[in-house]
Design a protein around this ligand. Sequence first.
Ligand code: 13P
Length: 332
Amino acid sequence: MNIDILKRTANRLVISPKGILAIDESTKTCNSRFEKLGVPTTEEKRREYRELLVTAKGIEKYISGYICFDETVRQSTKDGKKFTDILKSKKIDIGIKVDQGTKDFGTNIGDKITLGLDGLSLRLDEYKKIGATFAKWRAIYNIGENTPSEDCMNANAESFAKYALLCQEHDIVPIVEPEILIDGDHTIEECYEVTAKNLDIIFPILKSAGVYIPGIILKTSMVIAGKSSQNQSAPDEVAEFTLKCLKAHVPADIGGIVFLSGGQEDEEATLNLNAMHKSKRLPWPLTFSYGRAIQNPALNSWAKNSTDVIAAQKLLVEAAKRNSQASVGKYK
Ligand code: 13P
């Protein structure tokens, strides 16, 4: 493990005013988004869409890294340029989702454990050769009557630690992504409690496994009320609860913290991040790593008219710019 490389990569990923773009939807997720918009669910259509995302001009002003799916790092543009070479030429870091989805954990309905440790070291060898400098592993937690259970949180934390250590042994910065799902009618206070407890489980396990904390990035959900809660959270409230939680439960020397949008409305995700940057000095770099909140306008436009790639790319870059502004509290 070369801690200088890890630290430098982490710093580059969260350098202000940039954030990370997630385009790592699994084939299943990507297809289901295509299906809803009437786009054929073929490998070629996924390639065509990812080409649009990768070749968007000027996006490198706002985006430091792209998180890709395995299929995408092997694909090329229609005229034969590898996507990875295009990203490298724009000095955008290449990230790779290395978890392999989730399955039910035990018999407690709603608890999920993330899969993907089998053969991970070999896959990282290959991704490193392709040029990946960072990786991502996501675990999901449902807030319900009996979920998430402490056993499930512990088991996911153990997997995070094994994954993160393997990445760091390859000089690849691991993004550790515990996502408390927004689905449900929980209150913001309940979300705070679960998020805090989970972070309190994750960090001691990472540290005792020997994970180098300044060489990881935490990708977290915001502390926010559930989508179907009666009391939807305003940006100032999300900012207050989220910052309080992260300050109390994340080590100050972490490489950086980034947010997923997790099904928030596009502008809601931007306004919430913006509100967090109204506050004075934060202990860690704090920015976005959105998927849907940046891609949605571009995907919708391309689905309606796939011949007008430029129009879709313009929408993509504008969304990246809005979130870049929010990452320094300057979004209006
Ligand atoms: P969303 O911003 O669409 O939630 O995607 C981010 C991500 O990487 C989810 O794992």
